[in-house]
Every structure is written in C-alpha cells, then in structure tokens.
Design a protein around this ligand. Structure first.
Ligand SMILES: NC(=O)c1ccc[n+]([C@@H]2O[C@H](COP(=O)([O-])OP(=O)(O)OC[C@H]3O[C@@H](n4cnc5c(N)ncnc54)[C@H](O)[C@@H]3O)[C@@H](O)[C@H]2O)c1
Length: 248
C-alpha cells in the first residue's frame, strides 16, 4: 500500500517509518527538509496542500501540535485547520483512508488534576469510547474536532477514517522515565510501547470499516480505558504492560 505520513519527522513518525516501511511504500510529509526523502509542506496552508496526496492509498496523519498546554493559535492552525486540509486533500485525491493521531486527552475532563499529565487517582473511572468528549485542554478539544471532521468525511466524502486515541509514547520505550514524577500515575495508565504502536497503526491501515475510534494504549494493568470495543473493531490486542516495567 502507498502510505503517506504527515509529521513524518516527529517522534511517532520516526517509529512508524521504521515499523511500517517493510510492509508499505512510505511517502513522508514534513514541515522542514530532512535527511530522509520527504515532501515539505505546511498542512495549515490549503493551497500548498493541493495535489500532494495524489496516488496514495492511505494517509497516516500525525502532523500537529502535540502539547496539552499549547496555544489556541497553534491548535487552530496546526491541529484544526491542518487536519481539515489533510481530509480535504485526501478527498480531492481519492485517498481511501486517513488514520488520525487523536489523543487520550479528548476524554480527560473528569480524570485529570489541573495539570495536563497528572491523573486524579481518587476518581477510579473506566472510560469507554461511547462516553462523550470531555476534553481537559484546548489541545484535547482540537483533536475531538479532528475526529468530528473525520466522521463527516467518512460518511459523506468516501474517506475511511480511523481516530487513534493514542496514550503516552516518549523517546524511550519505557514508562520508567516517569517513575517518581507527578505524571507517574498518568503514564502507568497511558503507556504505549513502540511495538504496540506499530501493530495498532498496521491494523488501522487494514480495516475496511468506514469510521472507527480506537484507544491506542498498551495492555496496562492500571488502564482507565475499556479496551473491549477496540479489541473487536480493530483486532488490536496490545501485548505490553507498564506494570511489568515497574515490577521487574
Ligand atoms: N507522543 C504522544 O504520546 C502522543 C499522544 C497522543 C497523541 N499524539 C499525537 O500524535 C502526533 C505525533 O506526535 P509526536 O509525539 O510524534 O509529536 P512531534 O511533535 O514529535 O511530531 C509532530 C510533527 O508534526 C509536525 N508539524 C506540526 N505542525 C505542522 C504543520 N503545520 N505542517 C506540517 N507539519 C507540522 C512537526 O514538525 C512535528 O515533526 C501529534 O498529532 C500528537 O498530537 C502523540
């Protein structure tokens, strides 16, 4: 499959280029020139986006501002307008599917403290995909907006859409970097290992479903997301567990 990756120079972009490159023909899209081959384009510029996805079968859309404390201006341009432009260019180019990097933060209104990466452990919740959006930041709201536009394009414009509500994945493939910090509880619930990430995106490229929302976390013993719907719709059964790192 010919697969475009926006934000290909970013952290997750690097993991997916490495993890999916043997199975798919990867076309990278980046904000600036890179050492690897890429098309340089700012996704917030609709004119510049015109024609860039021609010939692709699917697009993994990672580009955006990933900061839960990012500014409104950045969220508007990079996440909301940028995601709309990606969907619109996918529709125009006849790209069959967009796999979207959404976030766990679309539903954290009742689960976090006032800090963007501290879980309130007194809440004891188990959230489901059917629970309504409950963002804890304009970042979370910007990604929820992307999911809604995705639903529109899937239902009315023939672009299949998979919203990946990604947990927490850092530069190192371990949750132990958060040990002893205020975000430890959050990371123990949200940890996503690299192999689970690659497996999830590989499955998302394969699904024939018109519209899917999925939780993309590892099989964490302390998870606060109910994985059953994602297990069934995507066939995603993550194998790693943050608790194994803390107990070894
Ligand atoms: N890392 C995580 O734990 C996590 C969790 C949930 C969701 N996500 C989402 O996954 C995606 C990738 O995250 P990451 O951790 O790799 O972040 P990252 O910042 O490393 O990568 C994002 C990339 O997007 C590019 N970009 C930003 N604005 C752009 C624009 N206007 N035009 C073109 N490119 C642009 C940046 O240059 C950057 O390389 C983001 O959308 C983020 O919101 C990440």
């Amino acid at each position: 499959m010919k697969v475009g990756i926006t934000g290909a120079e970013g952290r997750i972009g690097g993991f997916l280029r490495a993890g999916l490159g043997d199975r798919h023909e990867i076309h990278s899209f980046t904000l600036t020139e890179q050492e690897f081959e890429s098309t340089v384009v700012d996704i917030s510029d609709a004119d510049a986006m015109s024609g860039v996805f021609t010939g692709l079968d699917a697009v993994i859309h990672l580009a955006g501002d990933p900061s839960p404390s990012g500014s409104w201006e950045s969220m508007l341009n990079n996440n909301i307008i940028g995601t709309f432009n990606v969907l619109e260019e996918a529709r125009r180019a006849g790209v069959g599917k967009v796999v979207f990097a959404s976030t766990n933060h679309t539903q954290h209104g009742e689960t976090m403290t006032d800090s963007p990466d501290e879980l309130d452990m007194s809440k004891h919740v188990m959230l489901r995909l059917g629970d309504y959006f409950n963002p804890s930041s304009i970042y979370g709201a910007s990604k929820a907006t992307g999911e809604i536009y995705g639903r529109l394009f899937a239902r009315h414009h023939g672009v299949k859409f998979v919203a990946m509500r990604i947990g927490a994945i850092g530069d190192e493939d371990t949750p132990l970097t958060a040990a002893g910090t205020p975000s430890e509880d959050y990371v123990r619930a949200m940890f996503l290992s690299r192999r689970d990430l690659v497996e999830a995106f590989s499955l998302a490229l394969e699904t024939e479903r018109e519209f899917t929302v999925a939780y993309i976390i590892s099989n964490n013993g302390r998870r606060i997301f109910d994985m059953r719907e994602t297990n069934e719709t995507l066939g995603f059964y993550p194998v790693d567990d943050a608790e194994r790192f803390f107990s070894s």
